[in-house]
Design a protein around this ligand. Structure first.
Ligand SMILES: [Zn+2]
Length: 397
């Protein structure tokens, strides 16, 4: 009798287990015999693996799936499927200088959160390699069973076309033409879905944050770039090519500063984080951070109060215009700038009221986001859970 090395046997069992789970994730409900054929293992090995998966709750038995009503009469054995009540989803949020990873369960409880810095203007392959390594270490450190991972959601800083599964090339970007989801999926051997950061922030805030209960919702991300997402009739509206919500390039002043998009006076030129910080440099130096600005403003620094208030007023004019067009019930303001709270939101509300037509202007609720800097990563989790049928999510149209 040949003696197998225990560690080697254990490794092979783990790989077989993952192969079975991956197959069920892709094909839904299957019989043990179908699994055995598809993964090339003996029926007895598959029976042992499935028994262990049923015992730990990863997989459920579905006797009714093999009844004549299911159109599968005559095949012996009980079908199995992944347990919809279990599993973890991974959210990956690519920022301009970092990547953030969370692992959350189906109730969105975050089990682990990790960030890694990236250089300014990093290229896609460095971003993807860093993200893949961060995901692997987070999975290891959280003790997550890889077989229970439902999938990975990715938040991208910029428009994403769901039809081509490519970032939009409307603006110069290191992500243009890169099949981000496929590339990360290849690195991690897990299913990966992607979307832009504003859409995912909106998804998370509506699912679990300040936008809960609003079917007509606008989410605005005031961050390094400025974007919005529109939820109408409970559905995320993405436009013909995924480009809806690029409000950072609404022209607020045709004679304003030149923008990277080629226009002048775009909203982003006034309220984008880099532009806002650059405007403060002459008075405060180039080491000042947004957190410093907010702290100084609360302490009464007139320059910092003015900078945040003007950003709020300009963003408010855009919110007023959007509310005239879309008549949302609520606008949720997220992104780093929202950390300024009422210093920004007060002037924003005032100018939104002034710029919007009643009743859109008067009935509008403008709320601070509730999920902070985790919003986009949690939205990426919501994307995966929605796809896995774990949680109702705004339908993507
Ligand atoms: Zn622009």
């Amino acid at each position: 009798m040949t003696q197998q090395h225990p560690a080697r046997t254990e490794g092979r069992n783990q790989r077989s287990r993952q192969a079975v789970v991956r197959l069920l994730r892709e094909r839904g409900t299957l019989s043990r015999a179908e699994i055995a054929r598809a993964v090339g293992l003996s029926p007895s090995t598959v029976s042992t693996l499935v028994a262990a998966l049923v015992a730990d709750g990863t997989v459920l038995e579905r006797p009714e799936a093999l009844t004549p009503a299911g159109g599968r009469a005559g095949r012996p054995g009980t079908a199995v499927m992944l347990n919809p009540a279990g599993g973890e989803a991974i959210g990956v949020d690519f920022g301009y200088r970092h990547v953030h990873v969370v692992i959350a369960d189906v109730t969105h409880a975050v089990q682990i959160a990790r960030s890694a810095p990236l250089p300014a203007d990093y290229d896609a392959s460095l971003g993807l390699d860093t993200a893949a390594e961060l995901v692997r270490s987070a999975v290891r450190d959280a003790g997550t069973d890889p077989a229970r991972i439902l999938g990975v959601g990715v938040s991208l800083p910029g428009a994403y076309n769901p039809h081509t599964a490519l970032p939009n090339s409307g603006l110069p970007s290191r992500w243009s033409g890169i099949p981000v989801a496929a590339e990360l999926s290849r690195r991690l051997e897990l299913p990966v879905l992607a979307d832009n950061d504003a859409n995912l922030g909106a998804l998370a805030e509506r699912q679990w944050g300040a936008g809960t209960g609003f079917d007509e919702l606008v989410y605005i991300k005031l961050h390094s770039t400025v974007g919005a997402a529109f939820i109408s009739n409970g559905r995320l509206t993405r436009g013909a090519a995924g480009g809806a919500g690029e409000i950072g390039h609404l022209v607020m002043d045709a004679n304003g500063p030149l923008c990277r998009c080629g226009n002048r006076g775009c909203l982003e030129s006034y309220v984008g984080l880099p532009q806002l910080m650059r405007a403060l440099e002459p008075g405060y130096g180039d080491r000042i951070t947004l957190r410093d600005v907010i702290t100084k403003a609360w302490q009464g620094d007139r320059g910092c109060i003015r900078a945040l208030s003007e950003a709020g007023k300009t963003a408010g004019r855009a919110v007023g215009m959007l509310s005239t067009v879309l008549n949302p019930a609520a606008v949720v303001i997220g992104g780093a700038l929202a950390q300024a709270g009422e210093l920004l939101l007060g002037p924003l509300r005032e100018s939104a009221q002034a710029a919007g037509l009643p009743p859109a202007g008067t009935s509008l609720r403008i709320l601070p986001a509730a999920l902070g800097d985790q919003a986009c990563a949690l939205g990426a989790v919501a994307l995966v859970l929605g796809q896995a049928g774990q949680t109702p999510m705004p339908t993507v149209v």
